[in-house]
Design a binder for this molecule. Structure first.
Ligand code: FEO
Length: 170
């Protein structure tokens, strides 16, 4: 049976991943409204990834004999200063999530739960990818100053993103 404190933190992380899904959907809606369907697609796919992150934790907590207790998902921001601001805020959001994952790992280590450590390693690696992906787009947006022809080129590129569920290691 999983440690109670660890189970509660995993349960909380499910909520944070679902909030991430909601936040990226909100960003997608904003970008769609700004005439950037490719960037909107990128954020919709990101939202799908976040749903996957939530469900992976959901399934794991069930598997370990914990009880998933869903909580309210807070309202995401709906207005942003610019498409550039959206990507800046995404990166900041991912840094917060990385911090949460690291704290979750600290708890798994402190209660000596080797199985949970192994499971959470996937999230540790995933956060490196998430931050890198937003960082790269942000660098590109800053290069083109968030406007002009470059914006349309980047929008086209981000429109090609699709969601592929990562293969389950179990
Ligand atoms: Fe689920 Fe973007 O971290």
């Amino acid at each position: 049976m999983i440690n109670k404190e660890l189970a509660a933190k995993i349960n909380y992380q499910i909520n944070r991943e679902l909030y991430s899904e909601y936040l990226y959907l909100s960003m997608s809606a904003y970008l769609e409204d700004r005439g950037l369907p490719g960037m909107a697609n990128f954020m919709r796919v990101q939202a799908e990834e976040e749903h996957f992150h939530a469900m992976k934790l959901f399934n794991y907590l069930n598997e370990r004999g914990g009880r998933v207790v869903l909580d309210a998902i807070e309202k995401p921001k709906t207005e942003f200063d610019s498409p550039l601001a959206v990507f800046k805020e995404s990166l900041e959001h991912e840094k917060v999530v990385t911090d949460l994952i690291n704290k979750l790992m600290d708890t798994a280590i402190s209660v000596n739960d080797h199985a949970a450590r192994s499971f959470l390693n996937w999230y540790v690696d995933e956060q490196v990818e998430e931050e890198d992906s937003f960082n790269t787009i942000l660098d590109q947006l800053e290069l083109i100053g968030g406007k002009g022809h470059g914006m349309l080129m980047l929008d086209k590129e981000l429109g090609a993103r699709t969601f592929t569920p990562p293969a389950e290691e179990e």
